[in-house]
Write a protein that binds this ligand. Structure first.
Ligand SMILES: CC(C)(COP(=O)(O)OP(=O)(O)OC[C@H]1O[C@@H](n2cnc3c(N)ncnc32)[C@H](O)[C@@H]1OP(=O)(O)O)[C@@H](O)C(=O)NCCC(=O)NCCS
Length: 186
């Protein structure tokens, strides 16, 4: 298993995993039509630009030199937010066939290490409220709900939750927090 910073040659593979992950994880949450229109070429161009503009933010995990099984993208908070978190995980996806094998935890650990190297003290991320699997994952890693918002995805408006970590430390099994949407941190 290898975790490394993405290079331009990885953009296509990341785009393929990203698209497959959306179409699998968000089935029944986003409309079928919107998911069917997800475009690998467009995502490839976006990831290529991201890799060039923000070297180091995009981390990939592979189970051999050539087989990428997931990725995470993190960096300093770019937009001013109402809360005090200075690091953000912009996205994390493990290939649908490789979920549940520990790759997600390893990517989050690597992203938190990257944020620490940038001088960040804490981190947050956004996830869909209806994405129960991801919410279970973030809660197992000690994330606590800190904010909510609505966003448009095709023809649907969906609720999103922000999970925050007050230090760049992930919980281990047996030490996870339980969170409630009704109890956001201030
Ligand atoms: C969410 C995702 C990144 C998690 O990655 P993963 O490789 O499947 O997760 P891991 O196997 O590393 O799990 C890490 C820990 O979380 C726990 N966990 C994972 N999903 C969980 C769930 N739904 N409920 C409770 N615990 C969960 C695991 O038991 C494991 O615990 P441990 O490390 O203490 O043994 C991955 O499933 C994924 O890509 N999902 C689809 C895309 C997506 O929703 N991305 C997030 C968008 S915001």
């Amino acid at each position: 298993m290898i975790i490394r910073q993405a290079e331009p040659r990885d953009a296509r593979h990341v785009a393929e995993i990203h698209t497959a992950s959306w179409q699998s994880a968000f089935h029944g949450i986003m409309s079928d039509d919107f998911l069917a229109r997800q475009n690998v070429e467009k995502r490839e161009a976006e990831w290529l630009k991201n890799i060039m503009d923000y070297p180091g933010n995009l981390l990939i995990i592979s189970d051999s030199e050539s087989d990428i099984v997931g990725f995470s993208c993190s960096g300093r908070v770019v937009r001013q937010t109402e809360h005090a978190f200075d690091g953000q995980v912009f996205g994390i996806h493990v290939s649908p066939v490789s979920k549940g094998r520990g790759y997600g935890r390893q990517l989050m650990t690597a992203s938190f290490n990257w944020l620490a190297s940038l001088g960040c003290k804490n981190a947050f991320l956004w996830t869909l409220e209806a994405n129960d699997d991801a919410r279970g994952f973030y809660e197992a890693l000690g994330g606590r709900i800190i904010a909510l918002k609505s966003d448009n995805f095709g023809d649907r408006t969906l609720e999103e939750l922000a999970y925050g970590w007050e230090t760049l430390t992930l919980a281990r099994r047996g030490h996870s927090c339980t969170t409630s949407r009704d109890e956001p941190l201030s």
